[in-house]
Design a protein around this ligand. Structure first.
Ligand code: GLU
Length: 578
Protein backbone atom coordinates (compact mmCIF):
# COMPACT_ATOMS: atom_id res chain seq x y z
CA UNK A 1 0.00 0.00 0.00
CA UNK A 2 2.79 2.35 0.86
CA UNK A 3 5.75 2.96 -1.37
CA UNK A 4 8.28 2.73 1.39
CA UNK A 5 11.17 4.54 -0.26
CA UNK A 6 9.34 7.69 -1.26
CA UNK A 7 7.25 8.01 1.89
CA UNK A 8 9.72 7.31 4.62
CA UNK A 9 8.67 8.22 8.13
CA UNK A 10 10.64 11.18 9.37
CA UNK A 11 11.55 12.05 12.92
CA UNK A 12 10.05 15.47 13.61
CA UNK A 13 12.06 18.16 15.36
CA UNK A 14 11.22 18.06 19.09
CA UNK A 15 9.24 21.30 18.79
CA UNK A 16 8.68 23.76 15.97
CA UNK A 17 6.22 26.45 14.97
CA UNK A 18 4.20 23.76 13.18
CA UNK A 19 4.20 21.50 16.23
CA UNK A 20 4.85 23.77 19.24
CA UNK A 21 4.29 20.97 21.74
CA UNK A 22 5.61 18.14 19.61
CA UNK A 23 3.32 15.25 18.85
CA UNK A 24 2.50 12.94 21.67
CA UNK A 25 3.15 9.23 21.23
CA UNK A 26 0.33 8.45 23.71
CA UNK A 27 -2.76 6.92 22.14
CA UNK A 28 -6.11 6.29 23.77
CA UNK A 29 -9.49 5.12 22.59
CA UNK A 30 -11.52 7.97 21.14
CA UNK A 31 -13.54 9.41 24.02
CA UNK A 32 -17.14 10.24 23.10
CA UNK A 33 -20.23 11.26 25.05
CA UNK A 34 -23.75 12.36 24.19
CA UNK A 35 -26.60 14.06 26.03
CA UNK A 36 -28.26 17.38 26.86
CA UNK A 37 -24.96 19.06 27.80
CA UNK A 38 -21.43 18.06 26.79
CA UNK A 39 -17.93 19.06 27.77
CA UNK A 40 -14.76 18.15 25.89
CA UNK A 41 -11.34 19.12 27.23
CA UNK A 42 -7.80 17.78 26.89
CA UNK A 43 -7.74 16.24 30.37
CA UNK A 44 -10.13 13.94 32.30
CA UNK A 45 -9.81 15.95 35.56
CA UNK A 46 -10.74 19.17 33.76
CA UNK A 47 -13.67 17.53 31.95
CA UNK A 48 -15.12 16.00 35.14
CA UNK A 49 -14.76 19.25 37.14
CA UNK A 50 -16.45 21.19 34.32
CA UNK A 51 -19.25 18.61 34.06
CA UNK A 52 -19.98 19.01 37.80
CA UNK A 53 -20.42 22.73 37.20
CA UNK A 54 -22.93 22.02 34.43
CA UNK A 55 -24.74 19.56 36.71
CA UNK A 56 -25.01 22.27 39.39
CA UNK A 57 -26.81 24.59 36.99
CA UNK A 58 -23.77 26.48 35.72
CA UNK A 59 -23.55 27.78 32.18
CA UNK A 60 -20.96 26.90 29.57
CA UNK A 61 -19.09 30.03 30.77
CA UNK A 62 -19.01 28.83 34.40
CA UNK A 63 -17.82 25.40 33.23
CA UNK A 64 -15.19 27.07 31.07
CA UNK A 65 -13.77 29.01 34.04
CA UNK A 66 -13.49 25.74 35.97
CA UNK A 67 -12.03 23.81 33.04
CA UNK A 68 -9.35 26.43 32.29
CA UNK A 69 -8.39 26.81 35.96
CA UNK A 70 -8.03 23.01 36.33
CA UNK A 71 -6.07 22.76 33.08
CA UNK A 72 -3.67 25.41 34.44
CA UNK A 73 -2.88 22.91 37.22
CA UNK A 74 -3.03 19.54 35.46
CA UNK A 75 -2.03 20.48 31.88
CA UNK A 76 0.31 23.45 32.55
CA UNK A 77 2.40 22.57 29.49
CA UNK A 78 -0.42 23.75 27.22
CA UNK A 79 -2.33 26.59 28.86
CA UNK A 80 -2.60 28.55 32.07
CA UNK A 81 -3.40 31.77 33.87
CA UNK A 82 -0.36 33.53 32.40
CA UNK A 83 -1.21 32.72 28.77
CA UNK A 84 -3.81 33.97 26.34
CA UNK A 85 -6.70 32.72 24.27
CA UNK A 86 -9.76 33.29 22.15
CA UNK A 87 -13.39 32.52 23.00
CA UNK A 88 -16.38 32.15 20.70
CA UNK A 89 -19.53 32.09 22.84
CA UNK A 90 -23.01 31.40 21.53
CA UNK A 91 -25.43 33.13 23.89
CA UNK A 92 -28.56 31.06 23.38
CA UNK A 93 -30.98 33.49 25.02
CA UNK A 94 -29.75 36.47 23.00
CA UNK A 95 -29.20 34.30 19.90
CA UNK A 96 -25.88 36.06 19.57
CA UNK A 97 -22.33 34.95 18.86
CA UNK A 98 -19.78 36.81 20.98
CA UNK A 99 -16.06 36.80 20.31
CA UNK A 100 -13.62 37.61 23.11
CA UNK A 101 -9.97 38.24 22.30
CA UNK A 102 -7.75 37.54 25.30
CA UNK A 103 -4.51 37.43 23.30
CA UNK A 104 -1.28 38.52 25.00
CA UNK A 105 0.06 42.00 24.15
CA UNK A 106 3.62 43.23 23.81
CA UNK A 107 4.73 45.33 26.80
CA UNK A 108 5.15 49.08 26.34
CA UNK A 109 8.93 48.97 26.47
CA UNK A 110 9.11 46.42 23.61
CA UNK A 111 11.22 47.25 20.60
CA UNK A 112 10.69 45.76 17.15
CA UNK A 113 14.06 44.02 17.17
CA UNK A 114 13.92 42.49 20.66
CA UNK A 115 14.23 38.97 19.27
CA UNK A 116 17.20 39.69 16.98
CA UNK A 117 20.83 38.91 17.73
CA UNK A 118 23.23 41.85 18.30
CA UNK A 119 24.13 41.72 14.60
CA UNK A 120 20.50 41.87 13.55
CA UNK A 121 19.76 38.23 12.70
CA UNK A 122 16.61 36.55 14.04
CA UNK A 123 17.34 34.51 17.16
CA UNK A 124 16.90 30.77 16.65
CA UNK A 125 13.21 30.16 17.45
CA UNK A 126 13.83 27.68 20.24
CA UNK A 127 16.31 29.97 21.98
CA UNK A 128 13.88 32.86 21.67
CA UNK A 129 11.09 30.90 23.41
CA UNK A 130 13.06 31.08 26.70
CA UNK A 131 13.66 34.86 26.56
CA UNK A 132 11.86 37.23 28.94
CA UNK A 133 11.22 39.29 25.81
CA UNK A 134 9.05 36.43 24.53
CA UNK A 135 6.55 36.80 27.39
CA UNK A 136 3.41 38.73 26.49
CA UNK A 137 1.13 40.49 28.98
CA UNK A 138 -1.27 37.63 29.76
CA UNK A 139 -4.94 37.78 28.76
CA UNK A 140 -6.37 34.50 30.07
CA UNK A 141 -7.56 35.73 33.49
CA UNK A 142 -9.15 38.85 31.96
CA UNK A 143 -10.96 36.70 29.39
CA UNK A 144 -12.27 34.27 32.03
CA UNK A 145 -13.35 37.16 34.28
CA UNK A 146 -15.19 38.81 31.39
CA UNK A 147 -16.89 35.52 30.39
CA UNK A 148 -17.90 34.97 34.01
CA UNK A 149 -19.32 38.47 34.42
CA UNK A 150 -21.18 38.42 31.15
CA UNK A 151 -22.39 34.84 30.89
CA UNK A 152 -21.87 33.18 34.29
CA UNK A 153 -24.55 32.15 36.82
CA UNK A 154 -22.46 30.61 39.58
CA UNK A 155 -19.99 32.38 41.85
CA UNK A 156 -16.47 32.96 40.50
CA UNK A 157 -14.92 31.72 43.73
CA UNK A 158 -16.87 28.48 43.53
CA UNK A 159 -15.84 27.92 39.92
CA UNK A 160 -12.17 28.14 40.92
CA UNK A 161 -12.48 25.73 43.86
CA UNK A 162 -11.69 22.47 42.00
CA UNK A 163 -8.43 23.94 40.68
CA UNK A 164 -7.42 25.30 44.09
CA UNK A 165 -7.95 21.88 45.58
CA UNK A 166 -5.97 20.06 42.89
CA UNK A 167 -3.06 22.51 43.12
CA UNK A 168 -2.92 22.35 46.93
CA UNK A 169 -3.79 18.70 47.65
CA UNK A 170 -2.16 17.30 44.52
CA UNK A 171 -3.08 14.89 41.75
CA UNK A 172 -1.38 12.02 39.97
CA UNK A 173 0.51 13.54 37.02
CA UNK A 174 -0.75 12.17 33.71
CA UNK A 175 1.62 10.32 31.36
CA UNK A 176 1.43 13.22 28.91
CA UNK A 177 2.31 15.78 31.60
CA UNK A 178 5.38 13.73 32.50
CA UNK A 179 6.40 13.41 28.83
CA UNK A 180 5.94 17.16 28.40
CA UNK A 181 8.20 17.84 31.40
CA UNK A 182 10.89 15.66 29.79
CA UNK A 183 10.43 17.54 26.53
CA UNK A 184 10.79 20.89 28.31
CA UNK A 185 14.00 19.59 29.87
CA UNK A 186 15.29 18.59 26.43
CA UNK A 187 14.59 21.95 24.84
CA UNK A 188 15.97 23.81 27.87
CA UNK A 189 14.45 24.64 31.25
CA UNK A 190 17.56 25.40 33.30
CA UNK A 191 17.11 29.16 32.94
CA UNK A 192 14.40 29.34 35.63
CA UNK A 193 15.11 28.00 39.06
CA UNK A 194 11.47 27.97 40.21
CA UNK A 195 10.58 25.89 37.14
CA UNK A 196 13.23 23.25 37.71
CA UNK A 197 12.54 23.10 41.47
CA UNK A 198 8.85 22.36 40.80
CA UNK A 199 8.84 20.24 37.65
CA UNK A 200 12.33 18.71 37.70
CA UNK A 201 13.06 17.96 41.37
CA UNK A 202 16.46 16.27 41.57
CA UNK A 203 16.88 16.83 37.83
CA UNK A 204 14.09 14.43 36.86
CA UNK A 205 10.32 14.68 36.25
CA UNK A 206 8.29 13.98 39.41
CA UNK A 207 7.34 10.35 40.17
CA UNK A 208 4.26 9.05 38.37
CA UNK A 209 2.82 7.34 41.44
CA UNK A 210 2.90 10.27 43.87
CA UNK A 211 0.57 13.22 44.18
CA UNK A 212 2.04 16.26 42.48
CA UNK A 213 1.35 19.64 44.13
CA UNK A 214 1.86 23.24 43.06
CA UNK A 215 1.14 25.17 46.29
CA UNK A 216 2.24 28.54 44.83
CA UNK A 217 -0.29 28.18 42.01
CA UNK A 218 -2.87 27.15 44.64
CA UNK A 219 -2.21 30.45 46.46
CA UNK A 220 -2.47 32.46 43.25
CA UNK A 221 -5.80 30.80 42.41
CA UNK A 222 -6.99 31.45 45.99
CA UNK A 223 -6.12 35.15 45.64
CA UNK A 224 -8.10 35.29 42.39
CA UNK A 225 -11.03 33.48 44.00
CA UNK A 226 -11.13 35.96 46.89
CA UNK A 227 -10.40 39.18 45.03
CA UNK A 228 -11.66 38.57 41.48
CA UNK A 229 -9.97 38.67 38.09
CA UNK A 230 -9.00 42.35 38.37
CA UNK A 231 -6.50 41.46 41.11
CA UNK A 232 -4.25 39.95 38.43
CA UNK A 233 -4.04 43.32 36.62
CA UNK A 234 -4.46 45.99 39.28
CA UNK A 235 -4.22 44.39 42.73
CA UNK A 236 -1.98 42.46 45.05
CA UNK A 237 -1.38 39.77 42.47
CA UNK A 238 -0.38 42.38 39.88
CA UNK A 239 2.24 43.73 42.29
CA UNK A 240 3.55 40.22 42.96
CA UNK A 241 3.83 39.51 39.22
CA UNK A 242 5.70 42.79 38.64
CA UNK A 243 8.05 42.06 41.55
CA UNK A 244 8.85 38.57 40.30
CA UNK A 245 9.34 39.79 36.72
CA UNK A 246 11.74 42.44 38.06
CA UNK A 247 13.71 39.72 39.86
CA UNK A 248 13.99 37.73 36.62
CA UNK A 249 14.99 40.93 34.80
CA UNK A 250 18.02 41.26 37.08
CA UNK A 251 19.41 38.14 35.38
CA UNK A 252 18.84 39.45 31.84
CA UNK A 253 20.36 42.90 31.19
CA UNK A 254 18.78 43.18 27.72
CA UNK A 255 15.22 42.83 28.96
CA UNK A 256 13.57 46.20 29.59
CA UNK A 257 10.89 44.88 31.93
CA UNK A 258 7.18 45.43 32.51
CA UNK A 259 5.65 48.49 34.11
CA UNK A 260 2.42 48.63 36.16
CA UNK A 261 0.37 50.04 33.28
CA UNK A 262 1.30 47.05 31.13
CA UNK A 263 -0.93 45.03 33.45
CA UNK A 264 -3.48 47.68 34.47
CA UNK A 265 -4.26 48.69 30.89
CA UNK A 266 -4.73 45.14 29.59
CA UNK A 267 -8.19 44.78 28.02
CA UNK A 268 -10.10 41.86 26.56
CA UNK A 269 -11.38 42.94 23.17
CA UNK A 270 -14.80 42.14 21.79
CA UNK A 271 -14.60 41.35 18.08
CA UNK A 272 -16.93 40.52 15.22
CA UNK A 273 -16.75 36.86 14.19
CA UNK A 274 -15.36 36.08 10.74
CA UNK A 275 -18.13 34.13 8.98
CA UNK A 276 -18.46 32.58 5.56
CA UNK A 277 -20.81 30.15 3.85
CA UNK A 278 -18.74 27.00 3.24
CA UNK A 279 -19.54 23.28 2.93
CA UNK A 280 -23.26 24.24 2.86
CA UNK A 281 -23.03 25.75 6.34
CA UNK A 282 -22.37 29.13 7.86
CA UNK A 283 -18.95 28.78 9.48
CA UNK A 284 -17.95 31.44 12.04
CA UNK A 285 -14.47 31.65 13.41
CA UNK A 286 -11.85 33.90 14.99
CA UNK A 287 -10.98 37.12 13.10
CA UNK A 288 -7.55 38.84 13.21
CA UNK A 289 -5.26 38.93 15.12
CA UNK A 290 -5.89 35.27 14.34
CA UNK A 291 -4.96 34.25 10.85
CA UNK A 292 -6.09 30.70 11.56
CA UNK A 293 -9.77 31.51 11.07
CA UNK A 294 -9.16 33.29 7.78
CA UNK A 295 -6.88 30.45 6.66
CA UNK A 296 -9.51 27.85 7.51
CA UNK A 297 -12.26 29.65 5.56
CA UNK A 298 -9.99 30.38 2.61
CA UNK A 299 -8.86 26.73 2.48
CA UNK A 300 -12.47 25.55 2.32
CA UNK A 301 -13.36 28.22 -0.26
CA UNK A 302 -10.44 27.23 -2.54
CA UNK A 303 -11.31 23.57 -2.10
CA UNK A 304 -14.89 24.31 -3.13
CA UNK A 305 -13.64 25.92 -6.36
CA UNK A 306 -11.43 23.03 -7.33
CA UNK A 307 -13.14 19.84 -6.13
CA UNK A 308 -16.41 18.05 -6.69
CA UNK A 309 -17.28 18.17 -2.99
CA UNK A 310 -20.72 16.52 -3.16
CA UNK A 311 -19.10 13.51 -4.83
CA UNK A 312 -16.10 13.32 -2.52
CA UNK A 313 -15.33 10.86 0.26
CA UNK A 314 -12.48 10.06 2.64
CA UNK A 315 -11.22 7.49 0.11
CA UNK A 316 -10.95 10.00 -2.74
CA UNK A 317 -7.29 10.96 -3.36
CA UNK A 318 -8.21 13.99 -5.47
CA UNK A 319 -9.98 15.69 -2.53
CA UNK A 320 -7.01 15.12 -0.24
CA UNK A 321 -4.57 16.45 -2.84
CA UNK A 322 -6.66 19.55 -3.41
CA UNK A 323 -7.01 20.03 0.34
CA UNK A 324 -3.23 20.06 0.67
CA UNK A 325 -2.89 22.57 -2.15
CA UNK A 326 -5.61 24.83 -0.75
CA UNK A 327 -3.92 24.79 2.68
CA UNK A 328 -0.63 25.89 1.16
CA UNK A 329 -2.20 28.73 -0.85
CA UNK A 330 -4.25 29.92 2.13
CA UNK A 331 -1.08 29.90 4.25
CA UNK A 332 0.71 32.10 1.73
CA UNK A 333 -2.01 34.76 2.17
CA UNK A 334 -2.62 34.56 5.90
CA UNK A 335 1.03 34.51 6.92
CA UNK A 336 1.75 37.54 4.75
CA UNK A 337 -1.32 39.73 5.35
CA UNK A 338 -2.81 39.06 8.76
CA UNK A 339 -1.72 41.03 11.81
CA UNK A 340 -3.23 42.82 14.79
CA UNK A 341 -5.93 45.12 13.35
CA UNK A 342 -4.93 47.78 15.93
CA UNK A 343 -3.50 49.90 13.11
CA UNK A 344 -6.32 49.86 10.63
CA UNK A 345 -7.55 46.32 10.16
CA UNK A 346 -6.14 43.52 8.07
CA UNK A 347 -7.78 42.55 4.77
CA UNK A 348 -9.49 39.40 6.15
CA UNK A 349 -12.83 40.09 4.43
CA UNK A 350 -11.15 41.01 1.13
CA UNK A 351 -9.18 37.77 1.22
CA UNK A 352 -12.51 35.91 1.26
CA UNK A 353 -14.11 37.97 -1.52
CA UNK A 354 -15.72 35.46 -3.98
CA UNK A 355 -14.11 37.01 -7.08
CA UNK A 356 -10.73 37.02 -5.42
CA UNK A 357 -11.20 33.36 -4.39
CA UNK A 358 -12.12 32.41 -7.97
CA UNK A 359 -9.04 34.14 -9.37
CA UNK A 360 -6.84 32.63 -6.75
CA UNK A 361 -8.22 29.13 -7.37
CA UNK A 362 -7.44 29.57 -11.07
CA UNK A 363 -3.86 30.59 -10.35
CA UNK A 364 -3.50 27.68 -7.96
CA UNK A 365 -4.78 25.18 -10.53
CA UNK A 366 -2.81 26.66 -13.41
CA UNK A 367 0.53 26.42 -11.65
CA UNK A 368 0.51 23.28 -9.56
CA UNK A 369 4.27 23.19 -9.24
CA UNK A 370 4.68 26.85 -8.32
CA UNK A 371 5.38 27.68 -4.69
CA UNK A 372 2.36 29.70 -3.49
CA UNK A 373 2.85 33.43 -2.98
CA UNK A 374 0.47 35.92 -1.39
CA UNK A 375 -2.21 37.43 -3.64
CA UNK A 376 -3.42 41.00 -3.95
CA UNK A 377 -6.99 41.14 -2.62
CA UNK A 378 -9.50 43.66 -4.02
CA UNK A 379 -8.77 47.27 -3.07
CA UNK A 380 -5.05 46.71 -2.55
CA UNK A 381 -2.83 47.64 -5.46
CA UNK A 382 0.63 46.71 -4.24
CA UNK A 383 2.43 44.63 -1.66
CA UNK A 384 2.93 46.95 1.34
CA UNK A 385 4.82 44.53 3.55
CA UNK A 386 8.10 42.69 3.54
CA UNK A 387 7.71 38.95 3.02
CA UNK A 388 8.99 36.97 5.99
CA UNK A 389 11.25 34.13 5.01
CA UNK A 390 9.65 31.13 6.66
CA UNK A 391 12.84 29.11 6.63
CA UNK A 392 14.93 31.55 8.60
CA UNK A 393 12.61 31.99 11.51
CA UNK A 394 12.74 29.35 13.07
CA UNK A 395 1.21 24.62 24.13
CA UNK A 396 -2.16 25.07 23.46
CA UNK A 397 -5.46 23.45 24.49
CA UNK A 398 -9.04 23.38 23.27
CA UNK A 399 -12.17 23.39 25.46
CA UNK A 400 -15.59 22.95 23.82
CA UNK A 401 -18.73 23.01 25.97
CA UNK A 402 -22.48 23.09 25.35
CA UNK A 403 -24.74 23.55 28.39
CA UNK A 404 -28.37 22.50 28.84
CA UNK A 405 -29.53 26.05 28.06
CA UNK A 406 -27.99 25.78 24.59
CA UNK A 407 -25.05 28.14 25.24
CA UNK A 408 -21.83 27.04 23.57
CA UNK A 409 -18.21 27.88 24.37
CA UNK A 410 -15.44 27.17 21.89
CA UNK A 411 -12.20 28.29 23.49
CA UNK A 412 -8.60 27.88 22.37
CA UNK A 413 -6.03 28.77 25.02
CA UNK A 414 -2.28 28.79 24.87
CA UNK A 415 1.06 29.39 26.52
CA UNK A 416 2.59 28.96 22.99
CA UNK A 417 5.23 26.24 23.11
CA UNK A 418 5.50 23.38 25.59
CA UNK A 419 5.46 25.02 29.08
CA UNK A 420 5.68 28.42 27.32
CA UNK A 421 8.88 30.24 28.22
CA UNK A 422 9.62 27.70 30.99
CA UNK A 423 9.64 30.70 33.37
CA UNK A 424 7.42 30.43 36.47
CA UNK A 425 5.93 33.44 38.26
CA UNK A 426 3.61 32.97 41.27
CA UNK A 427 3.44 29.26 40.35
CA UNK A 428 2.19 30.11 36.84
CA UNK A 429 3.82 29.11 33.56
CA UNK A 430 4.64 32.32 31.70
CA UNK A 431 3.80 32.22 27.99
CA UNK A 432 6.25 32.82 25.13
CA UNK A 433 3.51 34.11 22.82
CA UNK A 434 5.56 37.04 21.52
CA UNK A 435 7.59 34.59 19.43
CA UNK A 436 4.46 34.57 17.24
CA UNK A 437 5.54 38.00 15.96
CA UNK A 438 7.92 38.02 12.99
CA UNK A 439 11.37 38.42 14.53
CA UNK A 440 12.69 40.70 11.76
CA UNK A 441 10.58 43.89 11.71
CA UNK A 442 11.67 44.92 8.19
CA UNK A 443 12.53 42.89 5.13
CA UNK A 444 13.83 44.40 1.88
CA UNK A 445 13.16 47.91 3.20
CA UNK A 446 9.51 47.17 3.89
CA UNK A 447 7.87 46.68 7.30
CA UNK A 448 6.62 43.17 8.02
CA UNK A 449 2.86 43.12 8.74
CA UNK A 450 3.12 41.01 11.89
CA UNK A 451 6.01 42.93 13.48
CA UNK A 452 6.51 43.47 17.17
CA UNK A 453 5.34 46.86 18.44
CA UNK A 454 4.35 48.01 21.93
CA UNK A 455 0.75 47.12 22.85
CA UNK A 456 0.28 44.94 19.78
CA UNK A 457 -1.05 41.39 19.76
CA UNK A 458 0.96 38.82 17.78
CA UNK A 459 -0.71 37.07 14.86
CA UNK A 460 -2.12 33.71 15.92
CA UNK A 461 -3.24 30.53 14.20
CA UNK A 462 -5.79 29.61 16.88
CA UNK A 463 -9.26 29.32 15.44
CA UNK A 464 -12.13 28.35 17.76
CA UNK A 465 -15.05 27.82 15.41
CA UNK A 466 -18.85 27.42 15.40
CA UNK A 467 -20.92 26.06 12.54
CA UNK A 468 -24.54 27.11 11.92
CA UNK A 469 -27.40 25.72 9.87
CA UNK A 470 -30.48 27.89 9.40
CA UNK A 471 -29.15 30.29 12.01
CA UNK A 472 -28.72 27.68 14.72
CA UNK A 473 -25.42 26.19 15.93
CA UNK A 474 -24.88 22.57 14.95
CA UNK A 475 -21.17 22.07 15.60
CA UNK A 476 -18.34 23.65 17.59
CA UNK A 477 -14.67 22.78 17.54
CA UNK A 478 -11.08 23.93 17.78
CA UNK A 479 -7.62 22.47 18.18
CA UNK A 480 -4.06 23.24 19.21
CA UNK A 481 -1.36 22.66 16.61
CA UNK A 482 0.45 25.94 16.02
CA UNK A 483 0.66 26.89 12.37
CA UNK A 484 -1.06 23.62 11.42
CA UNK A 485 -4.32 24.58 13.18
CA UNK A 486 -6.24 25.63 10.03
CA UNK A 487 -4.98 22.47 8.29
CA UNK A 488 -6.30 20.26 11.08
CA UNK A 489 -9.65 22.05 11.32
CA UNK A 490 -10.25 22.08 7.56
CA UNK A 491 -9.85 18.29 7.49
CA UNK A 492 -12.17 17.76 10.49
CA UNK A 493 -14.88 20.02 9.02
CA UNK A 494 -14.61 18.31 5.66
CA UNK A 495 -15.15 14.95 7.39
CA UNK A 496 -18.10 16.15 9.50
CA UNK A 497 -19.94 18.37 7.08
CA UNK A 498 -19.23 16.85 3.67
CA UNK A 499 -18.31 13.23 4.23
CA UNK A 500 -20.96 12.92 7.00
CA UNK A 501 -18.54 11.11 9.26
CA UNK A 502 -19.43 10.62 12.95
CA UNK A 503 -17.81 12.94 15.54
CA UNK A 504 -15.58 10.05 16.55
CA UNK A 505 -14.33 9.40 13.01
CA UNK A 506 -14.11 13.10 12.25
CA UNK A 507 -11.54 13.63 15.00
CA UNK A 508 -9.81 10.25 14.51
CA UNK A 509 -9.30 10.17 10.73
CA UNK A 510 -5.77 11.02 9.57
CA UNK A 511 -4.45 14.53 9.11
CA UNK A 512 -2.52 16.04 6.26
CA UNK A 513 -0.66 19.29 6.61
CA UNK A 514 0.94 21.25 3.83
CA UNK A 515 4.10 22.92 5.11
CA UNK A 516 5.63 24.99 2.38
CA UNK A 517 7.08 22.67 -0.21
CA UNK A 518 6.62 19.63 1.99
CA UNK A 519 3.47 17.60 2.62
CA UNK A 520 3.12 15.94 6.02
CA UNK A 521 0.94 12.82 6.06
CA UNK A 522 0.02 11.63 9.51
CA UNK A 523 2.00 8.65 10.67
CA UNK A 524 0.12 6.10 12.76
CA UNK A 525 -3.24 7.93 12.82
CA UNK A 526 -5.94 6.77 15.31
CA UNK A 527 -8.07 5.63 12.33
CA UNK A 528 -6.01 4.22 9.46
CA UNK A 529 -5.65 6.06 6.16
CA UNK A 530 -8.69 5.16 4.02
CA UNK A 531 -6.59 5.11 0.81
CA UNK A 532 -3.11 4.06 -0.29
CA UNK A 533 -0.71 6.84 0.66
CA UNK A 534 1.23 6.76 -2.59
CA UNK A 535 -1.91 8.23 -4.21
CA UNK A 536 -1.21 11.41 -2.27
CA UNK A 537 2.33 11.81 -3.47
CA UNK A 538 2.66 14.58 -6.07
CA UNK A 539 5.68 15.80 -7.95
CA UNK A 540 5.37 19.35 -6.61
CA UNK A 541 5.15 18.47 -2.93
CA UNK A 542 7.29 15.61 -1.63
CA UNK A 543 5.42 13.85 1.17
CA UNK A 544 6.70 12.43 4.39
CA UNK A 545 5.01 10.64 7.27
CA UNK A 546 5.15 12.25 10.65
CA UNK A 547 3.10 12.23 13.85
CA UNK A 548 0.65 15.09 14.12
CA UNK A 549 -0.05 16.78 17.45
CA UNK A 550 -3.69 17.76 17.11
CA UNK A 551 -6.05 18.01 20.08
CA UNK A 552 -9.47 18.56 18.59
CA UNK A 553 -12.43 19.01 20.93
CA UNK A 554 -15.67 18.75 18.98
CA UNK A 555 -19.38 18.89 19.84
CA UNK A 556 -22.03 18.28 17.21
CA UNK A 557 -25.82 18.28 17.23
CA UNK A 558 -27.16 15.07 15.74
CA UNK A 559 -30.89 14.28 15.70
CA UNK A 560 -31.57 16.90 18.36
CA UNK A 561 -28.93 15.65 20.85
CA UNK A 562 -25.38 16.87 21.46
CA UNK A 563 -22.47 14.53 20.79
CA UNK A 564 -18.89 15.20 21.83
CA UNK A 565 -15.60 13.64 20.75
CA UNK A 566 -12.09 14.21 22.08
CA UNK A 567 -8.95 13.80 20.05
CA UNK A 568 -7.22 10.54 21.06
CA UNK A 569 -3.86 12.02 20.11
CA UNK A 570 -3.83 13.68 23.55
CA UNK A 571 -5.59 12.77 26.81
CA UNK A 572 -8.87 14.43 25.88
CA UNK A 573 -12.13 13.34 27.47
CA UNK A 574 -15.73 13.96 26.45
CA UNK A 575 -18.41 13.80 29.18
CA UNK A 576 -22.14 14.49 29.04
CA UNK A 577 -25.22 15.02 31.17
CA UNK A 578 -28.13 12.74 30.28
N1 GLU B 1 0.99 30.18 19.64
C1 GLU B 1 0.20 29.53 18.64
C2 GLU B 1 -0.80 30.49 18.06
O1 GLU B 1 -1.33 31.33 18.74
C3 GLU B 1 -0.54 28.32 19.15
C4 GLU B 1 0.41 27.27 19.59
C5 GLU B 1 -0.18 25.87 19.63
O2 GLU B 1 -1.18 25.61 18.98
O3 GLU B 1 0.36 25.02 20.36
O4 GLU B 1 -1.08 30.40 16.91
Amino acid sequence: MLSAGSLAAAAAAPVSRDDPESSDPGRRPISTAAGSAVVVTANPLASSAALRVLKNGGTAADALVTAQAVLAVVEPQSSGLAGGGFLLYWDSQQQNLEVLDGREVAPQRSRPGDLLTPIGDPLPWREATARLDAIGIPGTVALLWEAHQQFGRLSWARSLQPAIQLASDGFLPSPRLLRSISLAQRIGAGHNQAFTALYLPGGKPPPADQAFRNPLLGRTLEALAQRGGADFYRGTLARQILREMATLQAGDPDFRGWNPTDLSSYAVLRRQPLCSEQLKHQICTMPPPSSGGMGLLQTLALLNQTTDLPGSSAADPQTWRQLARAQAWADADRLYWVHDPIDGGGPAAALLNPTYIQDRAKTMQAKPTKAPTPGLPPGIGRYPYGRPDKGREQGTTQVTIVDKFGNIASYTSSVETVFGSRHLVAGMVMNNQLTDFAFAPRINDQPVANRRLPRRRPMSSMAPTLVFRQGQPVLALGSPGGRSIPHLLSRVLLASLTWNESPQRSVGLPHLSSRGQRLVLEQDPPIPWPLPLDQLQTSDQPARQQRVGSGTALVQKINGGWHGAADPRREGTALALP
